[in-house]
Design a protein around this ligand. Structure first.
Ligand SMILES: *[C@@H]1O[C@H](CO)[C@@H](O)[C@H](O)[C@H]1NC(C)=O
Ligand SMILES: *[C@@H]1O[C@H](CO)[C@@H](O)[C@H](O)[C@H]1NC(C)=O
Ligand SMILES: *[C@@H]1O[C@H](CO)[C@@H](O)[C@H](O)[C@H]1NC(C)=O
Length: 603
């Protein structure tokens, strides 16, 4: 996942303000952990061991939650555990297979050897066919072919732009829309300066008895190898799908997907049409303990993205005869103005992140009671909404996930100490709120800089349009220019369409939720539908390959069933590892999902 952003949020903010500091009785550590996990939907700091959790306490708290007078039964409704029915024997047989040590060794082997084939992608690779650095993916394909013979013998493989992979597992009923499972073959590069910090070399795939170590062991080779391992095992057991399953594996997700997912999207649409897939599940978040409850957070939304280039030009000259403000000084004032005016974040009812907050209120026993009450009451009271917002926004990372953000990331200007700078520019990176748009983001930037354009007498052009900032001002200034444009010639990305989670259109989300519960419970031998894991809609701050797949289905879910915290799934940094226990559970999850979707009434 392109979650560098998310990781930075989790680490760079340092000790996060405790959103519940008014409640000294509440342990501070779980509170901090929980919010980070919630907001990122890829919470990476939690270190609570989910396996040590008390299921009795879950069940009891579930009960007491429902007897809580402040609870609204319709808040964060839970899908029941979904155990395959028509495919029950297959489910039982596969579940028993996954319980064996023999299967565990096989799983170790599959993932470990996949990690051993380096597949880094970099931002500036040239097109496939001209840049030989892509050729390393041939070795990965050769590995897949050797490791998954049944998959290669049965599924139809199409290569797209040479390294993109589409596998089609034809179902017996061609009327049914396929299930699309996505993932990516590439990994982020290993920072050379950190090479000695790795406990085991990053491409060793070392297995220490509990964890498989190395770059990609979690992000995202656990995803694609998990899918391949599931299908290989299903095929070995003789399973024949009713509904077609399509796999789409990109090869530059970590570098924006322009060579991989972008070209795969065209082929996928050609194969089954726009809106031709029943649902799409890509990599994404997992599950974690939050405020005393294990919560899985399938991501139903992604923020948008826009890089704005701000350029100031003024006449040059000798530094000995300077104007009061050079291009650099003027630009600096603009940047100060930007930072002094952050976008206003608002917790909007019906926004995806609001649903996450509601799920905490409805299901997390250790959430401070005042916050729980405010979240419940916020459904009808603006005052309560603001109170909940204030409490939740005390955590900067949560706030960042809700609102549009701005980060001044690049600045340039000046060439020589005795020459006035004729030009200075900066690039501001925006992550656009799920409640906003590219147009609104641009408009905010344009308006904010108008007074400074006026003050310095600059002709103002933004995104190709001439901007009038002063009614009295009709002739363009001759002093200089202020120009806003899309940086790097990229138009930006709107926030993703939000996947339905409630109502008539929510069947795919409900099936996924029930499958998560079935896999989670079966993995731990939990009997009965006690909501041992709660499923809550989540939001990703980063973007996945799904940004190219919006046309294929409205039902896009980013979720990989990764156990956060104790699994050492440290994505994009040193000592990335995947616990074999979690990896086997991921395979159970793919199995439950495939069997449930196979027999579902989805179109
Ligand atoms: C939940 O509450 C009901 C009714 O009060 C009770 O019979 C049941 O045993 C409780 N379940 C758990 C798991 O505590
Ligand atoms: C399940 O396993 C049993 C025993 O190995 C076998 O007889 C049966 O055919 C299997 N069923 C399915 C659906 O795979
Ligand atoms: C401002 O832009 C105009 C039109 O492109 C150009 O003629 C002029 O030289 C620019 N002024 C400066 C100071 O760069």
């Amino acid at each position: 996942m392109t979650a560098k952003e998310t990781w930075k949020i989790s680490t760079a903010t340092g000790p996060l303000p405790d959103p519940v500091s008014t409640r000294p009785s509440v342990s501070r550590r779980p509170a901090r952990i929980a919010l980070i996990a919630l907001l990122a939907a890829v919470g990476l700091l939690a270190n609570y061991n989910v396996r040590h959790y008390s299921w009795e306490r879950h069940a009891a708290s579930h009960n007491s939650t429902h007897s809580n007078p402040h609870t609204f039964a319709n808040v964060c409704p839970q899908a029941p555990e979904l155990i395959p029915q028509r495919n029950f024997d297959t489910w039982e047989n596969l579940s028993a297979t996954y319980d064996t040590d023999a299967f565990k060794s096989k799983a170790v082997d599959w993932l470990s050897k996949a990690v051993q084939v380096p597949t880094e992608s970099y931002d500036y690779y040239g097109p496939v066919g001209t840049d030989p650095r892509w050729e390393k993916f041939h070795a990965f394909h050769a590995y897949l072919q050797q490791a998954f013979p049944f998959v290669h013998a049965t599924l139809e493989l199409t290569n797209v732009n040479t390294y993109g992979l589409i596998f089609v597992w034809k179902g017996s009923d061609e009327e049914l829309k396929p299930l699309l499972l996505a993932g990516h073959q590439d990994v982020v590069p290993v920072e050379p300066a950190t090479i000695n910090d790795w406990l085991h070399p990053p491409f060793s795939g070392h297995f220490d008895g509990t964890h498989i170590w190395g770059r990609g062991s979690c992000d995202d080779k656990s995803g694609i190898i998990g899918i391949m391992a599931t299908i290989e095992t299903m095929l070995a057991g003789g399973f024949e799908p009713t509904r077609t399953v399509v796999l789409a594996f990109g090869f530059d997700e970590e570098s924006r997907g322009t060579h991989g997912a972008k070209t795969l999207a065209v082929k996928l649409e050609e194969m089954f049409g726009a809106n031709g897939y029943a649902m799409l599940v890509d990599e994404g978040s997992g599950y974690d303990e939050q405020y005393g409850r294990v919560i899985a957070t399938p991501s139903i939304a992604e923020k948008g993205y826009l890089d704005v280039h701000i350029e100031v030009t003024t006449p040059g000259g000798h530094s000995s005869l300077p104007p009061p403000h050079t291009s650099i000084g003027i630009l600096a004032q603009m940047l100060v103005k930007l930072e002094a005016n952050p976008f206003k974040a608002q917790l909007a009812r019906n926004s995806p992140i609001y649903k996450s907050a509601q799920c905490l209120a409805a299901h997390a026993p250790d959430l401070p009671e005042h916050l729980r009450k405010d979240i419940f009451a916020s459904a009808y009271s603006d005052e309560a909404l603001h109170a909940a917002e204030n409490a939740l926004f005390a955590n900067l990372a949560f706030k960042n996930l809700v609102g549009t953000t701005q980060a001044i990331d690049i600045v340039q200007g000046g060439v020589k100490v005795n020459a006035l700078p004729e030009q200075a520019w900066a690039v501001v990176n925006h992550r656009i709120s799920t409640e906003s748009s590219i147009t609104q983001t641009k408009a905010r930037d344009i308006d904010l800089l108008k007074p400074l354009a006026s003050k310095f007498n600059l002709a103002y052009t933004a995104f190709g349009e001439s901007i009038r900032y002063d009614d009295h001002f009709t002739v363009p200034s001759t002093y200089g220019n202020l120009t806003l444009s899309e940086a790097f010639g990229k138009v930006g990305l709107e926030p993703a369409p939000v996947t339905p989670t409630e109502g008539d259109d929510a069947a795919p989300y409900t099936i996924l939720s029930g499958s998560i519960k079935a896999a989670f419970n079966r993995h731990r031998g939990i009997e009965g539908d006690v909501d041992a894991v709660v499923v809550s809609p989540g939001v990703l701050s980063g973007n996945t390959d799904t940004t190219y797949y919006w046309k294929l289905t409205p039902h896009i879910i980013r979720y990989g069933h990764v156990m956060k915290g104790s699994s050492f799934c440290r994505i994009h940094t040193v000592n990335e590892a995947m616990s074999i226990d979690n990896f086997v559970e991921i395979i159970r999850y793919h199995t439950a999902l495939m069997l449930n979707v196979d027999e579902s009434a989805l179109p």
